[in-house]
Design a protein around this ligand. Structure first.
Ligand code: FAD
Length: 378
């Protein structure tokens, strides 16, 4: 009997964790390395998981845990800055009719569920470890990797799931880097006012967007999107004041939420980035998944969803053939780029219309077309 294939997964975020769980299920030997010592040192805000993300999470066997700890809903509200509800739209169930359109979750809960599934899968996990060196043999039979803990191993394949600042991407000679789109977001977790049962978005007012998403019976995360500023000019200890200043101009549920924006340590400030690696997502036996290959502003809340889909598609392809070669990895790229490109472009476009002050842009039309495409299986 031939020995099982060996894969190194670099990065224990959504994409790396999903790839690990699915490969282990197929009997592949997986080592996962994660740079952080604390694997769940995730910023305390929330995440909006659309149906196509939930479909992958169900495939991973963790849907029941998601359903228990998150908050599912099927519509989105558009409000005026004063909180007046202008329109409520049914959201498309992109993961199929049996899953809600959206589940809001606290990020640490999502990560905890995935970590538990990785641990249960039997993968070897090393925390606080990075790869420092990759050597690929000329006959393409695998990759020798050296690690910061001084060890060295040989793998049939390396999956780079090390996020948008991926050093693996750079190490294999892919030059793409994330670029700021011009927008930035303030995010905070807060108690859920009882009337908040879906995402509401206010366009305009003192910022481009003010929104919130319930993440459990008792919590939500709230966000305000504005033009990016020089981070060096915003002291970290002023984060709560900065976000509260913007948020306090909004009505409806906002005054109740704003009252909880008091601790600068709980407020996260991030620029929006975009990146799309074109041509191929591999070099030899090192292949990119998730934000390492593409990222987009969260105007459609699709970054993690696409990253989970990458992991599903790649592992499906890897486990349905004996031959891991250029043609297979190119086919993975072709299959993913056809779906990822329109999402990245639409996500960037929606933000650009706001930056340009375009008032009559067909945002609902673009969102509708993109989400309809995402209902198809990846
Ligand atoms: C403001 C904002 C809001 C967002 N909101 C949403 C949303 O609502 N819905 C949604 O679907 N998506 C959202 N996203 C996108 C989503 O967060 C990402 O697309 C997703 O986290 C990508 O997953 P990943 O596993 O590819 O990368 P990451 O989650 O970045 O994970 C990469 C992991 O690799 C580790 N790592 C890095 N370098 C190394 C190394 N050299 N060696 C070992 N480990 C390494 C990191 O520590 C990290 O744990 C949002 C993004 C932003 C910026």
């Amino acid at each position: 009997m031939s020995s099982p294939r060996t894969v190194l997964v670099i990065g224990g975020g959504a994409a790396g964790n999903a790839a690990t769980i699915l490969l282990r299920r197929a009997g592949v030997t997986v080592d996962l390395i994660e740079a952080k010592d604390d694997w769940n040192a995730t910023a305390g805000s929330g995440i909006t998981l659309q149906g196509n993300a939930l479909r992958v999470l169900r495939e991973l066997g963790v849907w029941e845990q998601m359903e228990r700890s998150g908050y599912g809903f099927d519509s989105v509200g558009i409000t005026a800055p004063d909180g007046t509800v202008l329109h409520v739209a049914e959201d498309l169930r992109t993961g199929g009719d049996e899953l809600p359109a959206t589940v809001g979750m606290q990020r640490p809960h999502l990560q905890r569920v995935l970590i538990d599934a990785v641990r249960a899968s039997g993968a070897t996990v090393r925390l606080g470890v990075r790869a420092t060196f990759f050597e690929q043999s000329a006959d393409n039979d695998g990759v020798t990797v050296r690690f910061t803990d001084g060890s060295e191993s040989h793998y049939d394949l390396v999956i780079a799931a090390d996020g948008l600042g991926s050093t693996t991407r750079a190490a294999i000679g892919i030059q793409d880097k994330p670029e700021p789109t011009g927008m930035a977001i303030w995010r905070v977790a807060a108690p859920r006012p009882s009337g908040v049962t879906r995402t509401d978005l206010a366009y305009g007012g003192s910022a481009f967007i003010a929104g919130y998403c319930p993440t459990s019976e008792s919590t939500l995360y709230a966000y305000v999107v504005e033009a990016k500023r020089d981070r060096a000019t915003i002291p970290v200890d002023s984060y709560a004041d900065e976000m509260r200043r913007l948020a306090s101009t909004y009505g409806g549920h906002w005054p109740e939420i704003t009252a909880h924006i008091t601790d600068p340590g709980q407020v996260n400030y991030t620029w929006f980035d975009r990146m799309l690696v074109e041509g191929s997502w591999h070099r030899g036996r090192v292949v990119l998944v998730g934000d390492a290959a593409h990222c987009c502003p969260p105007t459609l809340a699709q970054g993690a969803a696409l990253s989970l889909e990458d992991a599903l598609v790649l592992t499906e392809m890897l486990t349905s053939t004996e031959v891991w070669d250029d043609a297979l990895f190119q086919a993975y790229y072709e299959r993913r780029i056809a779906r990822v490109r329109p999402v990245v472009e639409a996500s960037v476009q929606i933000g650009q219309w706001q930056l340009d002050g375009v008032r009559d842009a067909d945002v609902p039309g673009l969102m509708g077309r993109t989400m309809t495409m995402l209902r198809e299986l990846p």
